[in-house]
Ligand binder design. Structure first.
Ligand code: HEC
Ligand code: HEC
Length: 300
């Protein structure tokens, strides 16, 4: 069999360059997808660790610290005071991070602690201290406990489930967050009042009446010359400015048309079926929009 023989040296060079580019491209692609894969792997490892930690917490800790970590015969851990930098970690004067504090407390426990207001003692869990769990299992439990940080820090002073330790160096005359605020000279009310008010969503601008007439489908059922509408399911609205004041004795034209839109079955125009016009317009338009639609319909 005869191989393909390329004569032109330029063509050869081009083919060589092309082959190199394809190889580089392939390598980059593999490197790129590998990076994504590794990131996903890391995220799922962390997720799995929290999951494993949750299972261990449920068996080993929930009975004393509460299923949701808000405390029972043992102290609350899912607490603003517990997680905030100026809270528990500062009061116990622990030299490391909260994570280290949590890990050490879980691993070593406080088996010999005598004066405690708690009816039970915190057991030892780490194998290094004679407890049942390996270091990686302790880490998983720590991951799970630390995973409450965000929700705990979102608690208001009144939501913080913390119950004070009698041994906390700073006098702690009220529970967790509230006691913490007291030390900085704030009442919970002052603290809450100082929080940035939740941003009020700005209402969307009112839509003009002409637009509402088509957007709400009025034109599909009603005829109205100024809207180029020819619907015939409901009454022709061209004579509305003349008839609106006479439909219901004692009702002004504005009141009648308003009522016809928000509560169409309150009055049924002779010769037309009830229960056909939609009854949810009050929810679909703002008060301002309904009023402008009423005015517009009554303008001759
Ligand atoms: C038999 C009840 C009991 C069990 C089970 C228990 N704890 Fe505790 N835990 C306590 C008590 C009581 C304290 C407070 C000890 C003290 O007075 O210092 C405590 C303290 C702690 C603290 C330190 C709180 C602080 O603010 O100083 C952490 C963290 C903690 N426990 C986590 C755990 C975890 C995680 C588990 C499960 C592996 C667990 N505990 C299981 C009773 C328990
Ligand atoms: C699915 C059809 C339908 C749609 C959509 C509809 N209507 Fe109606 N409308 C009717 C029917 C049928 C009647 C007559 C029965 C009644 O009085 O409820 C009516 C009655 C009215 C009346 C009373 C007319 C009179 O002569 O007294 C007004 C005013 C009115 N509609 C305005 C509107 C407006 C404004 C919209 C849009 C926001 C709208 N309608 C959407 C079917 C509809």
């Amino acid at each position: 069999m005869q191989g393909i023989y390329i004569k032109s040296p330029i063509l050869k060079i081009l083919i060589g360059i092309l082959a190199t580019l394809i190889t580089i491209g392939a390598i980059l692609l593999v490197a790129f997808t590998e990076e994504i894969r590794m990131e996903e792997q890391a995220a799922s490892w962390e997720g799995r660790s929290i999951e494993n930690g949750a299972a261990l917490y449920a068996t080993a800790c929930a009975s004393c610290h509460g299923v949701d970590g808000k405390g029972a015969s043992g102290p609350a851990l899912n607490s603003y005071y517990f997680f905030t930098d100026t809270g528990r970690i500062q009061d116990v004067e622990f030299p490391g991070s909260l994570r280290q504090y949590v890990k050490l407390t879980i691993a070593a426990g406080r088996p010999s602690k005598q004066q405690s207001q708690w009816p039970v003692r915190m057991p030892t869990w780490g194998a290094d201290y004679g407890g049942p769990y390996r270091d990686d299992q302790i880490e998983e439990i720590v991951d799970y406990v630390m995973n409450w940080r965000e929700s705990a820090l979102a608690q208001t002073p009144y939501e913080d489930p913390w119950r004070c330790f009698e041994d906390v160096p700073t006098p702690c005359d009220e529970q967790g967050f509230v006691g913490l605020l007291k030390r900085v000279g704030l009442t919970p009310e002052e603290y809450l009042a100082g929080l940035p008010a939740e941003a009020q969503p700005t209402p969307p601008p009112a839509r003009p009446a002409e637009l509402l007439f088509t957007e709400m489908g009025c034109n599909g059922c009603h005829a109205l010359t100024k809207a180029n509408a020819a619907g015939a399911v409901g009454p022709d609205l061209d004579p509305l400015p003349q008839v609106a004041g006479e439909r219901i004795p004692g009702m002004s034209p504005e009141e009648y048309v308003y009522e016809s839109i928000v509560n169409p079955d309150a009055y049924i125009v002779e010769g037309f079926p009830p229960g056909v016009m939609p009854t949810n317009y009050a929810q679909r338009m703002s008060e301002e929009e309904i009023r402008s639609l009423v005015d517009w319909l009554l303008q001759p």
